[in-house]
Write a protein that binds this ligand. Structure first.
Ligand SMILES: [Zn+2]
Length: 457
């Protein structure tokens, strides 16, 4: 293990420069849902930043006209280990603007926190990782491994180009030994969380058209109603306690890995924090403790995101809508795929006489991904966290969220870990998104040690 004291001192001494780097990225409003010239501008800024730090960086187009990928490589070509670092330069829309205490696309430091859209998700992590490479080379010399950054511009839209990018770059990706994912954070005890997988996502839109036109609701006892019809169909898919009741789904689920249960047994998931954050007194189905954590991290769930139909304007309109749509998402765990879930839901509804309900699959479909908790990359990251922070990593078997990890990594057999610089009050996707400056700097210190540990693994 090299002496990291000069490395740490370099990071502390250059913090203003690193914060400015993040400020420059936050200033570009790269909202992928809204598109526009900022997307290309952000890709170029990231490429130029990587190139200025000595990486061999280029833009890669998959769909012409859509946000390009940034590929950036550095480190000895004959290194025994190659690490993929996955990040994204796009961000979520800043709205509602009136709830921000400072302009979303201007990095503002207040009380040790850095505010701005993208600080936590995901420009902060991107800046941390690139800056750690600079600090390593300035103080410790040549990197001990090869690093390949894959930085996309549509993560917040479900990464529609990722599967094709990954196929096109298969020869390059297959040579890699591990991947460091974009997300992660620090828990209330100051421990960095280390996760080894994420859920997939099937976005399904249900559409009911029950008659040729709307009717006066006086006929509500004899005419069908599209919103009732949708609700009747949807309530067969889930019990009120959140358990999915889709026919055949349970038989497809992979059994929960006993190692994952061991990790859950020793983790300290913040159930109370979740109750407080949402102003509720109990979780769905009255689940508590480890049972709630297993449900949260390791089981599938279904959300109705919104229902479109009927009259919702001011006052009343006594009408029976002939058409209605529900937007939903189902979060997937190992062995479930978006295609399989759609088929199961279709057959489930048909069996109950809901053949008339159309199911439209959105572009957003992601497979779940999972890395063995005993993989060498997990050990390397865990050691790096311990060495940089003096505290053990908080290991969690999975993230409840989703991302294109399967398409980039699992498909090529690449094990993946996630750790990052967010914390409980980071407000990702929400107004006043922020990270703590201390986590930003500690993140770099972890990164340098992780490079070293992974190279040895
Ligand atoms: Zn996000």
């Amino acid at each position: 293990m090299p002496d990291f004291s000069a490395f740490d001192a370099y990071i502390d001494a250059h913090q203003e420069r690193f914060v400015q780097r993040l400020a420059d990225l936050v200033a570009i409003p790269s909202v992928s849902a809204q598109g526009g010239p900022a997307m290309h501008q952000a890709a170029e800024a990231v490429r130029d930043l990587a190139a200025s730090l000595g990486l061999d960086a280029r833009l890669v187009e998959v769909d012409p006209g859509q946000p390009p990928f940034v590929l950036a490589e550095i480190g000895p070509a004959d290194a025994s280990r190659t690490l993929i670092i996955y990040n994204h330069y796009d961000v979520q829309p800043p709205e509602p603007l009136e709830l921000w205490d400072s302009p979303p696309f201007q990095l503002v430091e207040r009380e040790g926190k850095l505010y701005g859209r993208g600080t936590a998700d995901n420009k902060g992590n991107l800046t941390v990782r690139l800056s750690a490479i600079q600090a390593y080379r300035e103080t410790l010399g040549e990197l001990p491994l090869r690093i390949l950054f894959v930085i996309e511009g549509e993560e917040e839209m479900g990464s529609p180009q990722m599967a094709r990018f990954s196929q096109q770059q298969a020869a390059l990706l297959k040579r890699c030994d591990g991947c460091w994912w974009e997300a992660g954070g620090v828990n209330d005890k100051g421990q960095s969380t280390l996760t080894m997988g994420l859920k997939g996502l099937a976005a399904l839109e249900f559409h009911a058209k029950v008659m040729a036109r709307d009717s006066h609701s006086a006929a509500g006892g004899v005419l069908p109603n599209a919103i009732w019809r949708l609700m009747e169909a949807l309530t067969t898919l889930r019990r009120p306690d959140g358990t999915l009741t889709i026919d055949g789904l349970a038989e497809h689920l992979a059994p929960i890995n006993p190692r994952d249960l061991e990790l859950i047994a020793t983790s300290d998931w913040d159930e109370q924090g979740m109750l407080e954050a949402f102003g509720i007194t109990e979780l769905l189905g009255g689940r508590r403790g480890k049972e709630a954590e297993i449900q949260f991290l390791l089981r599938p769930c279904m959300s109705i995101n919104g229902i479109i139909g009927g009259y919702t304007g001011p006052g009343g309109k006594t009408v029976i809508p002939c058409e209605a749509t529900a937007k939903t998402d189902i979060r997937l765990v190992p062995n479930l795929t978006p295609e399989l879930v759609r088929e199961l839901v279709r057959a489930h509804l048909d069996r109950r006489g809901f053949q008339d309900i159309q199911i439209r699959e959105s572009e957003m479909g992601l497979r779940p991904a999972k890395t063995d908790p005993d993989a060498p990359i997990v050990h390397a990251a865990s050691q790096a966290i311990q060495e940089a922070t003096g505290k053990p990593a908080a290991l969690a078997p999975n993230m409840a969220g989703s991302g294109p990890m399967y398409d980039l990594c699992d498909v090529h057999g690449i094990p993946t870990i996630a750790m990052g610089v967010a914390y409980r009050d980071s407000r990702g996707h929400a107004p006043n998104e922020n990270i703590r400056l201390s986590d930003f700097l500690t993140g770099m210190k972890i990164a340098g040690r992780f490079f070293h540990q992974f190279a040895q693994s």
